[in-house]
Design a protein around this ligand. Structure first.
Ligand SMILES: [Zn+2]
Ligand SMILES: [Zn+2]
Length: 277
């Protein structure tokens, strides 16, 4: 039966003090490995090494938006990867056009093994292309592996933000990115095997979550219920819920009756297709 393994390298919100910023790895049954967001600093390499996922093993990265807690780790991912794999093809970065403007600025200002960057990609001082940008638009279907496809959908956060739906061997996994409650996500998540949804606060503080462009755990539960997903995992937690994520889970369960949990750094889950054909 097809499987997908999901490794949470970072599960903290931008203001989190106890968790790494957001990044995940999807290992699909057809051998495709996807990095979803890049956390900040060296967290992808650090968390990945603890799980036996070397930073140089990534060839494809999907970006949700340009906030530094999701994008800035890309600098170190490409830096370490290029050093470890001198013969590697460019790292393929799937990103919206608006987020790409910020990614280019980030690369240009860091000079971290990047000598030249434009809308095609980035080259190091030896003239070697270390990254290739693949500009994506919502709804566009991307073939990322023999049986793995992905498409993004608009998120309600900052300009250019998206969430990602990935399908592999009949297993559909949706990541919300950062977003307020998002009807576009509900559409993209219909009957998904797994919804990974951010939650910044509980419904009690919905005004705070909304003002920051985020969801409550109740919103995550409502989205999971409306889309009839099979399982919900909450991520992107702020510090106050770090040791008390049950508050978020209980809040989601007011709306969603299926299995719900909160991710932690270095947590890994393996999901299987529940389709019987
Ligand atoms: Zn964030
Ligand atoms: Zn954000």
């Amino acid at each position: 039966m097809p499987q997908m393994k999901i490794s949470f390298l970072g599960t903290g919100a931008g203001t989190s003090t106890n968790r790494a910023h957001t990044a995940m790895v999807y290992d699909c049954d057809d051998g495709t490995r996807l990095l979803i967001d890049t956390s900040s600093g060296n967290s992808v390499a650090r968390s990945g090494s603890k799980l036996g996922i070397p930073v140089e093993s990534f060839d494809k990265v999907l970006i949700s938006h340009h906030h530094p807690d999701h994008l800035s780790g890309l600098l170190f991912v490409q830096f370490s990867r290029a050093l470890e794999r001198l013969d590697a093809p460019p790292l393929d970065v799937y990103i919206t056009s608006e987020s790409l403007d910020w990614a280019i600025s980030l690369c240009a200002s860091s000079h971290l093994n990047i000598d030249e960057v434009d809308r095609d990609g980035a080259k190091n001082s030896a003239g070697r292309q270390v990254m290739r940008w693949i500009v994506v638009a919502p709804g566009e279907q991307l073939q990322l592996g023999p049986t793995t496809t992905a498409s993004c959908f608009p998120a309600d956060h900052i300009s250019g933000s998206v969430g990602w739906q990935v399908s592999s061997d009949g297993i559909s996994v949706v990541f919300s990115g950062d977003t307020r409650f998002n009807p576009e996500l509900v559409k993209a998540s219909q009957d998904a095997r797994l919804l990974i949804h951010e939650a910044f606060r509980t419904d009690d503080e919905s005004d705070i979550a909304f003002a920051h462009g985020h969801s409550t755990s109740g919103d995550a539960g409502r989205a999971a219920a409306e889309a009839r997903v099979e399982e919900l995992v909450i991520t992107h937690l702020d510090s106050e819920f770090d040791s008390n994520s049950q508050l978020l889970i209980d809040d989601a369960k007011k709306h969603y009756l299926g299995p719900a949990s909160a991710a932690t750094d270095l947590h890994q889950i393996t999901i299987t297709s529940t389709q019987t054909n």
